[in-house]
Design a protein around this ligand. Structure first.
Ligand code: PEP
Length: 248
């Protein structure tokens, strides 16, 4: 089955609302594509202006986070229904920065995945190992644990529609990309894990991205791998190079 590639930018905590609108205008023609899905995952405050700025283009908007309740006394949080109402289609869940700095564990992330599906959002579920884990030879054990824990109670049909991003922590924002072989090996391992939990059709359908210092120079080789269905791109999503990545 031919899976459609998905290239998503993770803007992280960058871009004021006016800078965000300017970046959308700068990238508009550069990210045009009929063959891949293009998503900008943006800070919460940028969602409304970015949804407006990309109207009529091929760009879809994602959030970088959501909360597990729909409304109430959760000061500072943003709910799934709020995101949907604002025009958001995707949501990053379990980015290593949220796991590390905000102590989000797999049980909590599982609730977020459930909440995203309940609201009609497509989760981009991140997983990845530390350099220490890689050197200890436990990369795949760790990632299988993350995937299995984060997907408890998620149906095969839901998994078929979602996106999983493999992001080795040591490659995020470091300029150090995993080799093509390392990236493909883990993405393939994730697909095998999905086949074990669900079935071959689900494993065949789920889209698995690589993330970690993807740039205009390495995107083509990474995305040519049989189990890599696009990328989650941090730093390079904030500049014109993102257009080159989309049109790799
Ligand atoms: C990310 O934030 O998900 C990421 C992969 O960042 P970078 O591309 O900058 O390494």
């Amino acid at each position: 089955m031919a899976r459609r590639k998905i290239i998503a930018g993770n803007w992280k905590m960058n871009m004021t609302p006016s800078q965000a609108v300017a970046l959308c205008a700068e990238l508009k023609d550069l990210v045009k594509s009929d063959s891949v899905d293009v998503v900008y995952c943006v800070p919460a405050i940028d969602i409304v202006p970015v949804v407006e700025a990309v109207k009529g283009t091929n760009v879809q908007v994602g959030a970088e986070n959501l909360y597990i309740e729909d409304k109430g006394a959760y000061t500072g949080e943003i709910s799934a229904p709020m995101l949907v109402d604002a025009g958001v289609k995707f949501v990053i869940i379990g980015h290593s920065e949220r796991r590390e700095y905000f102590k989000e564990d797999d049980a909590f992330l599982n609730k977020k995945v459930k909440k995203a599906f309940e609201a009609g959002l497509t989760p981009i579920l991140c997983c990845g190992e530390t350099l220490e884990q890689r050197e200890m030879g436990v990369t795949m054990d760790w990632i299988r644990l993350q995937i299995k824990s984060d997907l408890v109670g998620i149906t095969a049909d839901q998994v078929k529609s979602m996106v999983i991003a493999y992001e080795p922590i040591w490659a995020i924002g470091t300029g150090k990309t995993a080799t093509t072989e390392q990236a493909e090996e883990v993405c393939k391992g994730i697909r095998e894990c999905i086949a074990e939990i669900y079935d071959a059709a689900t494993a065949d359908a789920v889209r698995i991205q690589y993330g970690g210092s993807v740039n205009a120079g390495n995107a083509a080789e990474l995305f040519a791998q049989p189990d890599i269905d696009g990328g989650l791109v941090g730093g390079a999503s904030l500049k014109a190079d993102f257009g080159k990545i989309v049109n790799y």
